[in-house]
Write a protein that binds this ligand. Sequence first.
Ligand code: NAD
Length: 503
Amino acid sequence: MTDTPELAHFINNARVAGTSGRNQPVYNPATGAAEKTVALASEAEVGNAVAAAKAAWPAWGNTPPLRRARILDKFKSILWDRADELAEAISAEHGKTHDDALGEVTRGLEVVEFATGIPQLLKGEYSESVGTGVDSYNIRQPLGVVAGITPFNFPAMVPMWMFPVALATGNCFILKPSERDPSASLLMSEWLAEAGLPEGVFGVIQGDKTAVDALLTHPDVKAVSFVGSTPIAQYIHKTGTENGKRVQALGGAKNHMIIMPDADLDMAANALMGAAYGSAGERCMAISVAVPVTDAVADALIDKLKPRIETLKIGPAADRESEMGPLVTAQHRDKVKSYIDAGVAEGAELVVDGRGFTQKKQGYEDGYYVGGTLFDRVTPDMSIYRDEIFGPVLSMVRRNSYAEAVDLIHGHNYANGTAIFTRDGDTARAFAKDIEVGMVGVNVPIPVPMAFHSFGGWKDSLFGDHAMHGMEGVRFYTRIKTTTLRWPTGQRQDPQFTMPTLG
Ligand code: NAD
């Protein structure tokens, strides 16, 4: 592994080689080739990044918000200009199609746009005359050094859910990206430096559990933002809070889409194709469960979906015609296939089987491809229903009424996103109001909130109190301070031993 380039850390506005002696391969999922390695940081290397951030914080925290915003504005322009370059770096390690990667960059960039409005967002509240001659105001102040730990499936967007808001509010930020696709983090850190971000304000530490644990226990890290699978989110939340940190930890998902009998079925079928098979199902907002209400709706949907799943264009990002790419690693491909085996064994009806898909394009035969898969007559006890598969596998669970469909959703542990397809306003309104899920779509299959709203699920999809970006992000990365003030007027007050009141 020594003859391949090693991707490592970024501290004080410069790339820094790994010194731990540990690294692991980074694969191109489209070809199956290990083209690079990534350094895995030691606790000491994490300490170096935290020390650099801590040293930078007094000046950065005191920089006027408008100046911070201007640096982010410059970064935004760089991102627009080099979106293609970033998208190519994402596809080369994640496997998603080029347009999908560009979409990811754009959704991340929108959070940067949001964060450039920080002077307005940080405006405090002032109350005159809370008592005679007494005024009161509150402001939001940054926390200090904060960290973000991110998953493989959005190596640019998910970090950008975090660091633009963290930096704009005056914190220094350390990113620990997924070890499976580390390049995007390094490009973004170089572009932040180019935009004028002072040394130490943003750092990247590559690594695995060792680096994560070092961040979770470091006394100078004040808050941790995490996005990834639910077991790790639980671990991060528990360990981080035990170590006195503010923690937001977003976990896994199993997103249901109800299709009512009055829905526009062509619209619903199109939505399902994109939401179930886009990005090979490796999205926390993917629809992995279709819930048609009545057998007639289920049968009609299958007629529409089956031929389209069978003819999905599956290939590398280099082929701009590809609709779906490979899975991220060979292990993940094998896991997805084993879930399909389990679904068959558990008695679900396999309508389209993606296990046998082979990639014939020259040079890509060894990529980690699985074909689009559709199960019908899935029941809630099956593992393909209960578990997050994170692959191009759609399960259909038939229900006979709206109430039964809602009960199904409420019975699941995950509650990240959900959608309903209907033309009926009453049903749509009741669904949006009553469903116990964090993000809801009405005739919108992947209801990812815009940057100025906030992203986060309920139940086992989020641990902690704050969702990401929007005002929730501003609240997470700041703490409130309230000042009550009176100016001496020459009038002395006698000592007062009772609780002060207005009277
Ligand atoms: P993951 O949980 O395996 O890894 C996420 C991060 O945690 C990585 O940086 C990884 O290095 C680190 N990590 C992994 N194992 C660890 C351990 N034992 N101790 C400490 N740190 C550890 O997730 P992934 O496979 O990279 O990403 C896919 C998952 O992320 C899916 O479950 C998906 O639903 C979820 N996800 C959720 C959202 C959301 O907003 N809720 C968004 C994107 C992805």
